[in-house]
Structure formats: C-alpha cells, structure tokens
Design a binder for this molecule. Sequence first.
Ligand SMILES: *Cc1c(COP(=O)(O)O)cnc(C)c1O
Length: 355
Amino acid sequence: MRPETRVVHAGRPPRIPGGPLNPPIVAAAPLHAGVEDDYARDHHPTVAAFEEAVGALEGGTAVAFSSGMAAIEAVLATLVPVGGRVVAPIDCYSGTKALVEEGHAAGRWQLEVVDLADPPGPVDADLVWAESPSNPELRITDLAATASWNPPLAVDSTFATPLRQRPLSLGATVVVHSATKLIAGHSDLLSGVAVTTDPELADRLAHHRTRTGAVPGPFDAYLALRGLRTLAVRLDRAEATAGVLASRLAAHPGVRRVRYPGLSTDPGHDLARRQMDGFGTVVTVEVEGGAEAALEAAGRLELAVHATSLGGVETTVDLRGDVPTEAHVAPGTLRISVGLEHPDDLWADLERALG
Ligand SMILES: *Cc1c(COP(=O)(O)O)cnc(C)c1O
C-alpha cells in the first residue's frame, strides 16, 4: 500500500457487521479488571488506534504522548543515562533546545551542540538528537550519515511528517513528532508520538509514559487520528503553495533571505531531494530591517495569522530569533507555516504586509 492509502485506513477497528468504521472515543480511566493493562495511563483503546496508524506510516511501534515535548522528554530520559552525553543541533525547536540545556545545567547529562547540517565529523555520545528539516531555519541533516556514526539517533521529523521522510528506514533509532502540528493539522490540540523499530525501546518509552503520566486523552487521540486521515491531501496542497510563495518571496525586495529546501538555491536542496519525498509546508524568511520591521509586517497581515505554532489548515506567521535558544537566528526572521488558503490570496496578503 502507498502511504496515501495507508494514512486513510491504518488504525481502524476490524470490519465487523454493525461495528463502527472509526475507533470509538472511549471515555474511561479504568477498564474492567481481568487484563494486565486495565488503566488508561498504561493503555487506552482510542490512543492505541492513533498509535497503530502512526506506527504503520513510520514503519515501527508508536507510543503516543500528551505533547511533542512529552515525547521528546521520554526519549531523552529513556536513552540517556545519568551523566551521559547528548549531542544536539544548533538549530532545533526552542523547547527541545531549552530541555537539553536545562538538563545539562542541572547535571543530568553533558551537552554538545553542533551544526548537524554541516557536521564536524562523527561524534561520541549516548544520544544524537537531530531535527530535519529544522525549526525555524529549515536546515537539512543527512540522517543516514548521522545514523552511521553509531550512537543512537533520535530524529524530530515534525516538519517532514511520516509522509515526506522515513528516518527509521535511514537508520534512526527513534523518530518523534509533535502531532500538534501537521499530523493533527487543525491547531486544536497538543499531542506527540515516538516511533521505533526496537520493541524493547518501545516498551521502555511506554513505561516512562506510565510513570510520568504523559498520556494523551481519548478525545485528543481521536482528533489527532481524524486529522491524520487527510494529511496526504493537506500536505500536497500546502506544499505546492509553499513552493510558490518561497519563489515569490525570494524575489521580493523586502526579503533578505529565504530558507525553503524546495528552492534549488537552498543549501539543503540536494540533500532534501534525496532524503525526502517533498519539501514541507514551512518557509522561513529574513526580512530587511530586523526584528522591528518583521513584527510590523506580521502586524499588517490580514489573512495569515500572526501566531506561533504551525501545521494547521490556516497560515500562521511567527517572529523567531527572539528567545535565548535562538540566538543563532538572524533578527527579522519570520517563520511562515503555509496552510490551505489559495496561494494568490496568501501572496497578496504577504506582499501587502511586506510593503
Ligand atoms: C512544536 C514542536 C515541538 C513541540 O511539540 P508540542 O506538541 O508543542 O509539545 C517539537 N518539535 C518541533 C519541530 C516542533 O515544531
């Protein structure tokens, strides 16, 4: 089955006459005794349906969490021994960067930050953390090469989704997603997921989730799976628009620099072409005039929404580089998460906002 078909059919209940087509939202904390997992913190039928679908797409066993950060924390806690060594990329989600930096400051692990899009060579660590394409600069990491370094490799593949990149098939130990973003796709819930081909690691991640209680609720798991069903068509549409906008933005005098792996001039283009099945739905621009000009432009938007987060049906634009974990990001950087609006309407809005 092609991924576009799998995304529609994976994680459905068995085809029993009179049975439901969709997994029911099971609103119950305890389940009747007589089974091993009889409490929703250990196992939940609606959550399991979402896990089955994401696992089928990534090619592994999925463990769902209450947010992307919960999934990331579980991977770090499970794979890095106390006093161990983490290698993390310079450009990655600000929450991930803060988590590894705070763990280092607290003495939980040692941290080495490297540019994985331009790595110095193999590194020694208990865990290498990669994010590709990265948030917000859309840097591309060579995942197969990084996996060949041998330390366990965790890949945050949120921007690629399971339909555009399969890190496990490139040698990654575990792949994580903020399902809050494109997977759920409607900016209406928080969820995360970690997927691995190692059943023992999947058990340890689920055990950590049981201990910390970082489980998604049944309503959110249901909505995340419902959103996932349309991922293929949402991606096709938003990605095509992102390509159009990236080219137009690159030619706009108010824009100093555009990062989008789909542009042939982008430093990550060749690698992204080899490694991904598409270039994603996020375009990052550096506007002329720095942070003040970027904020003013965001304030002039009438259609695109000035807000953080990404991956929803509506286009959102957010100023980046204004937090300590993003000191490497140029002032005036706007991250544009392209939604499903008509490209010409979006362009008219962006052009007006950029002045
Ligand atoms: C948003 C995001 C996260 C964090 O996910 P939450 O669901 O907000 O906890 C992690 N990684 C990336 C790349 C993200 O964009």
